[in-house]
Design a protein around this ligand. Structure first.
Ligand code: AMP
Length: 399
C-alpha cells in the first residue's frame, strides 16, 4: 500500500534539531531493569538515519502511567543507558522534557548528538493533548518525526497536538513498517488469507472480527473467546470464560461468514481443569463433553491439528490473541504448537498484540515470522479499519 504521508527519507535532517517521538514504553522489573528492549531496538533505524544525516537527535517517549506526576519508577533513565549500548555512542539524558533547562541542553547539541528527554507523562498536559505543552515540545524542534506506533491510537500532545506547531513533520521507519504490514496486508492480501483470533474476550475484539471477517478466506477462533461461540452453538462450557451478552453476536457473525463462503474454525477439543489453581487436575476432552464446573483453559491436540492444517495452504496469516491461558505452562501447548504451525507455513505471517508476540517468542519462533507488531491497542485499531489519530495528524505528501 502507499502511505500518503511525508516519510523520513524524503525529509532534510542535516543540521536540524530533529525531535523523534518514540515508544520506549518497555517493561521494567522491580530493580528497574529493562526486561524486553524490542521497542527500543525497533526504533534504531529511524535514530540511525537521523544520526547519519547529521541531525541533532532529540528523543521523547512516555513510560508507564505516572498520571502527570514525577515518579522515579517511571523514569526513562534506564532507556538512555540501553540506547547508549545499542547505538554504540553517548546518549545524554535530560531531567525533564520541556522548559529552560532542556532548551539549554538542546542549544548545546552538535550534529550527530543524541539526547533523550525524561518521561512525557510526568506532565499532565501530555495525555490531555494540551496546546501549551504541545507548543513547548515543538519549540525544541525544527523537524518532528513520529515513530511511536504503540502510542499512535492516542490523542496526546506529543503525538497529535505537536503537529500543529512544528514546521516539518514526517513518519519514521517503524511507524511506516507497521502500517504497511497491518493495513497493507489486510487491504490487499495474498490469498488464501487466514485470520487467527484468540485471547480472553469477544467484546474486546468485535471490531476486529467484523472488519477481518469481511476480508479473509478463513477465520480461526481460539482462546477464552471461543467458548462464547461454542456456547452459542448450544453446548455446555462449564465454568469456561463466556460473555452471555455476546452470544447473539457470535452466532450472527459465524452465520454471516459461512453464508459468504468464509471457512469458520472453532476448537473441537480443549484442555479442561477442575480449577484455575496451579497444579489442578486436567483432562483433554471434545468440546461436546466439557463437564459442568470445569474450566476450558487451552485448545486440545485435535484443534491444534485442525488449525495447523487450516493454515498450511495460506499465503497470508494474521494472528492476534493466544489460544489459551498460555502464561501457565500447563495451558501453553495449544498456543506454542500453533506458533510452530504458523511459522512453518509458506506465507506472509503477521503477529499482532503483546501477548501473542510474547507467546511466539517463548515458542522460539520470533525469527520465523514475517512481522511482529510492537503495538497492542494501536494494532487492534488498525485491524478494526480505524484511522490512527497520530497518523491522521501528520501532513500528507503534498502537504
Ligand atoms: P486478550 O488481552 O483479550 O488478547 O487476552 C489475553 C489473555 O487471555 C491472556 O492473558 C490469556 O491468559 C487469556 N486467555 C486466553 N484463553 C483463555 C482461556 N481459555 N481461559 C482463560 N483465559 C484465557
Amino acid at each position: 500500500m502507499s502511505l500518503r504521508k511525508r516519510v523520513i527519507e524524503d525529509t532534510d535532517l542535516y543540521d536540524k534539531r530533529v525531535l523523534i517521538r518514540a515508544d520506549f514504553n518497555v517493561p521494567l522489573d522491580d530493580a528497574h531493569q529493562i526486561t524486553d528492549d524490542t521497542r527500543i531496538r525497533s526504533t534504531l533505524p529511524t535514530i540511525n538515519r537521523a544520526v547519519d544525516e547529521g541531525a541533532k537527535v532529540i528523543l521523547c517517549s512516555h513510560l508507564g502511567r505516572p498520571m502527570g506526576k514525577r515518579d522515579p519508577k517511571s523514569s526513562l533513565a534506564p532507556v538512555a543507558k540501553r540506547l547508549q549500548r545499542l547505538l554504540g555512542k553517548e546518549v545524554a539524558f535530560a531531567p525533564d522534557c520541556i522548559g529552560p533547562s532542556v532548551e539549554a541542553m538542546v542549544a548545546k547539541m552538535k550534529q550527530g548528538d543524541v539526547l533523550l528527554l525524561e518521561n512525557l507523562r510526568f506532565h499532565i498536559g501530555e495525555e490531555q493533548n494540551d496546546l501549551a505543552f504541545s507548543q513547548s515540545l515543538a519549540a525544541l524542534a525544527d523537524v518532528y518525526i513520529n515513530d511511536a506506533f504503540g502510542a499512535a491510537h492516542r490523542v496526546h500532545a506529543s503525538l497529535v497536538g505537536i503537529t500543529r506547531f512544528v514546521k516539518v513533520a514526517a513518519v519514521g521507519y517503524l511507524l511506516r513498517k507497521e502500517i504497511d504490514y497491518l493495513e497493507g496486508a489486510v487491504a490487499n492480501p495474498m490469498r488464501p488469507f487466514v485470520a487467527i483470533l484468540g485471547g480472553a474476550k469477544v467484546s474486546g475484539k468485535i471490531g476486529v472480527i467484523e472488519n477481518l471477517g469481511k476480508r479473509v478466506d478463513k477465520v480461526i477462533i481460539g482462546g477464552g473467546m471461543a467458548f462464547t461461540f461454542i456456547k452459542a452453538m448450544g453446548l455446555e462450557i462449564g465454568n469456561s470464560l463466556v460473555e452471555d451478552d455476546m452470544l447473539d453476536f457470535a452466532r450472527g457473525i459465524q452465520e454471516h461468514a459461512v453464508s459468504r463462503g468464509v471457512k469458520f474454525y472453532l476448537p473441537v477439543d480443549c484442555v479442561v481443569a477442575a480449577s484455575r489453581e496451579p497444579g489442578a487436575e486436567t483432562k483433554v476432552l471434545p468440546v461436546q463433553e466439557i463437564p459442568k464446573d470445569w474450566y476450558g483453559l487451552d485448545i486440545g491436540p485435535a484443534s491444534v491439528k485442525l488449525f495447523g492444517e487450516a493454515v498450511q495452504n495460506a499465503k497470508t496469516i494474521l494472528w492476534n490473541g493466544p489460544m489459551g491461558m498460555f502464561e501457565v505452562d500447563a495451558y501453553a501447548r495449544g498456543t506454542t504448537s500453533l506458533a510452530h504451525a504458523v511459522a512453518n507455513a509458506y506465507a506472509l505471517t503477521i503477529v499482532g498484540g503483546g501477548d501473542t508476540a510474547l507467546a511466539v517468542h517463548r515458542a522460539g519462533e520470533s525469527e520465523n515470522m514475517s512481522f511482529i507488531s510492537t503495538g497492542g491497542g494501536a494494532a487492534l485499531e488498525l485491524l478494526e479499519g480505524k484511522e490512527l489519530p497520530a497518523l491522521a495528524a501528520l501532513p500528507d505528501v503534498d502537504g
